[in-house]
Structures are given as C-alpha cells and as structure tokens.
Design a protein. Structure first.
Lengths: 228, 106
C-alpha cells in the first residue's frame, strides 16, 4: 500500500467523509476514491455500489482483479426530544448499528436513566450542534412537537445535507412547520426533504411502533443515498 | 469530533515513527467467517500488531507471513479454512474460509 493512500484514507475517515481504496491485485497499486469522485466504466459502477452498500469485495474488470474496500463514516442518529418514542428508538438503533444521541433542553426528560442505549444532552439543540456538527452521514429525527426545540435542529440538518431528516407531527402541524421554515430562509427543495409524517407507513400506533417505522425509514434512506 | 483510534491510525503512527509496516486485509470470505471482508490487521517488523482478520484464529500465521512480506516487499495472498488440511493448525474453528491479502506499506 502506498503510504500516501493510508494517509489520505485516514484523513477522510477523521473528517467523516466516505472513502474507498481500490487495490489492483495484479500489480499491487492502490488509490483512494472519495465518494462522488468520477470513475468511469465498470469499475466506476462497482465503486458507486460499494459506496451505497458499504460492502467491500473483489471485482473482475477485464483481465484485472480489484479489491474495493469501502470506509463509510459510522452513521449517527440524532434525535431531538427525549420522549417516549425516543426511548423505544434507542435500543432499536443500537441493534441496527447506529449511534444514537438524544437532545432535549427539558432536563426532566433528558436524563441518562431514561436512555440506557444513548448519549443524552440536556441542552438546546442549537448549542449541542455547534460543538457536534451534523454531516451527510447523520440522520435527524425531530420528535418533540415543539417548534422552539425542533425547528433549529431541522434547519441545521437540512443545511448539513443529512441523509435523513424526519419530523413528527400531523399533516396540519407540518404545513405550519413548512411555513415557518420558509421564513427562516430554506428553499422548497430543502424543505421537501423532510419526512413528515415521520416513519414508514406501517400503520404504527404506539410509541414503540412509531420508533420501528422511523428506524426502517432511516435504513431505507441510508441504503438509497443519492438514488432517486 | 472525537479522533478515531484503530489499526489504520496505528499503522500511520508506526510509519511516522520510522517502523516498517505491513497491512493484512480480508478480501474474501466463504461460510461463517469471524471478521467481515475489509477487516485489517497491521503488523510491524518486530511482530507487533493491531486489529484482526479472524478474531484470533489465524493471526499468528498472518503475522509470520507479514514479517516476510516486509522484508521482501512483494504482496502475498493467503488462504485459510478448515477445508484445507495443511492449514489445520491455523484453521478457522468456525468452519469458514477467508482470503487475506498482505502487503507492505511503502
């Protein structure tokens, strides 16, 4: 391996950027590809697939065999609201392999005792997100129902290009939310990214079932990043 | 953002410290393999290592090969599995097969 390959790869990983190392097993040469870098032909297609699935593997292109090693940043799931739904979501996310952070300024809700499987921040989202910025490998689910708490986080999530942005609330609640977000300078294409009502439509009725619907929708969004 | 500490950052630190380093990577698995494709083990010329390619089953053999790869510079493809009788002593107890690519860094 070229030492520069290792150095570049570690830099991408430290910056939470998706990267992939292509090694030609015939001559041992390798290079780092960043997600979105154009690569033509069959190799390019295989690389795109590896980025989407996060799966590493061998590919044969013509007479050459390549190993593609994909390094995706671990997805972070940030939940705004330390409510009943988030309590159910915490163990589900842990099982699915997502690190979960719960943010809620209401100290009665945001207690570590209520969230065994998550990191809890009893602060305003805008303050937490200053020191823990969102990125494309974050999912944000806003579930407080309270615009004072949810809105700033939604704006931050949309501006950071999070792969998933969901917000709890009926269609009526969401219509009001859309109006508020427009006033805060977001355009319609951005606002359309918000999944609302939140969660896959599986007829979820209880907080735990809504958590399942949210988790499933996050997985769907993660595995279909950039594919419309 | 917290800094990641794993075998790839260790390998870079070793290189900066002037050590000779090899990296072993699982490139293919069949059956039940303990570590997924893409997993790494990094080894220095003295046999120090970080990471894993099999959760402990074949690391000893990979480290020995890696020290050779460091001295000769040519990458090597290794294969381990219970199907291969000669590999019995370093076979995978779980019944899987793995292919491991070992190369020198630099």
């Amino acid at each position: 391996m070229d030492p520069l390959t290792l150095k570049k790869l570690n830099q991408h990983r430290a910056d939470r950027r998706a990267a992939l190392v292509v090694t030609n097993l015939g001559d041992g040469r390798d290079r780092v590809i960043e997600e979105g870098d154009p690569v033509e032909g069959d190799l390019g297609e295989a690389i795109t697939k590896a980025f989407l699935t996060g799966k590493s593997g061998l590919v044969e292109i013509g007479d050459s065999q390549f190993f593609l090693n994909a390094y995706l940043p671990p997805p972070r799931l940030v939940v705004i609201g330390a409510v009943h739904i988030s309590q159910a979501l915490a163990p589900i996310a842990a099982i699915a392999g997502y690190d979960l952070e719960v943010i809620d300024p209401r100290t009665a809700f945001a207690t570590p005792e209520r969230f065994e499987h998550a990191q809890v921040f009893a602060e305003w989202p805008e303050d937490v997100l200053k020191t823990r910025p969102l990125d494309a490998y974050c999912a944000v689910a806003a579930v407080t129902h309270d615009p004072k708490i949810d809105d700033a986080a939604l704006v931050a999530a949309l501006n950071a290009g999070c792969f998933y942005v969901g917000a709890l609330g009926s269609r009526k609640t969401h219509a009001k939310r859309v109006a508020r977000l427009k006033q805060s300078g977001l355009d319609e294409t951005q606002i359309d990214q918000i999944r609302a009502p939140i969660g896959l439509n599986i007829g979820a009725a209880t907080p735990a079932e809504i958590a399942v619907a949210i988790m499933a929708q996050i997985v769907e969004a993660f595995r279909n990043r950039g594919v419309s | 953002m917290a800094t990641i500490k794993d075998e790839l950052t260790t390998a870079e630190a070793w290189m900066k410290a002037g050590k000779e380093v090899a990296i072993a990577t699982v490139v293919e698995t069949w059956g039940s393999a303990p570590r997924p494709t893409g997993s790494h083990l990094v080894i220095d010329e003295a046999g120090n290592f970080e990471g894993s390619v099999s959760g402990g089953c074949v690391e000893g053999a990979v480290i020995a090969e890696a020290i050779e790869v460091i001295s000769c510079g040519e990458p090597k493809m290794l294969e381990f599995g219970v199907a291969d009788e000669s590999a019995w002593e370093v076979g995978l107890s779980c019944g899987g097969n793995i292919r491991v690519y070992v190369e020198r860094i630099g």
